[in-house]
Design a protein around this ligand. Structure first.
Ligand SMILES: *[C@@H]1O[C@H](CO)[C@@H](O)[C@H](O)[C@H]1NC(C)=O
Ligand SMILES: *[C@@H]1O[C@H](CO)[C@@H](O)[C@H](O)[C@H]1NC(C)=O
Length: 188
């Protein structure tokens, strides 16, 4: 929401600037150029067979996770007084709404093969700096509903992600929501 407002303000400021110092003709050219750019981007992003590439350092099976079903309707803000996954978060799963919430009511457990991906932008940063993943693999860990936990971090927008923690260090908290299959965030 804040970002959007900021972008809007930026556009407004630029528009005002151009109205002040560019002739009408120049302004038209600029608008036309930016329209052309927009069209190109749109066409590129709708190419059906364009490969979806994972962020650097992340496994291929989470490439394109931003297009999966998002569980939270609004970004999840940093938890006050300490946040295990410090930042503003979104949680995606590679399932459809109909599969996990038939008739609009979420069912548990998640189906075998589910992948839950949480991205977080660190407080004050505007790029994804943390990726936490839960993968459900039949037989992998019957004591924890067969979820495999792993978390990656990076400290710059173009840096590679690397593993920071996995497994045992993650169960402690997530066991607190065992009754909803270890996944805190419920489908909005
Ligand atoms: C979260 O990150 C911010 C900024 O990087 C830092 O100031 C704060 O101490 C962190 N909070 C926790 C609970 O780790
Ligand atoms: C989720 O991803 C896993 C691993 O790629 C795959 O085995 C599974 O079929 C996917 N599930 C759905 C519903 O796309």
């Amino acid at each position: 929401m804040k970002m959007r407002t900021r972008n809007l303000l930026a556009v407004l400021a630029i528009t005002l600037l151009f109205t002040a110092c560019a002739s009408e003709k120049q302004l038209e050219e600029i608008i036309q150029q930016s329209n052309e750019e927009e069209t190109t981007t749109l066409e590129e992003s709708t190419q059906p067979d364009e490969p979806v590439v994972a962020l650097p350092g992340l496994p291929d099976d989470v490439a394109g996770y931003t297009q999966w079903l998002k569980l939270n309707a609004e970004p999840i803000p940093p938890a006050p007084g300490g946040d295990p996954h410090n930042g503003t978060k979104n949680v995606h799963v590679n399932q459809t709404r109909d599969t996990i919430a038939p008739n609009g009511i979420q069912q548990f457990p998640y189906p075998d093969g589910s992948i839950v991906v949480k991205e977080a932008s660190r407080p004050g940063k505007d790029y994804v700096g943390l990726i936490a993943i839960m993968r459900k693999k039949a037989g992998a860990d019957p004591d924890h509903n067969d979820w495999q936990f792993i978390e990656y971090v990076r400290n710059a927008p173009d840096a590679e992600f690397s593993v920071i923690a996995e497994g045992r260090s993650c169960w402690g908290c997530h066991a607190g929501v065992k009754d909803i299959d270890y996944v805190f965030t419920e489908l909005d």
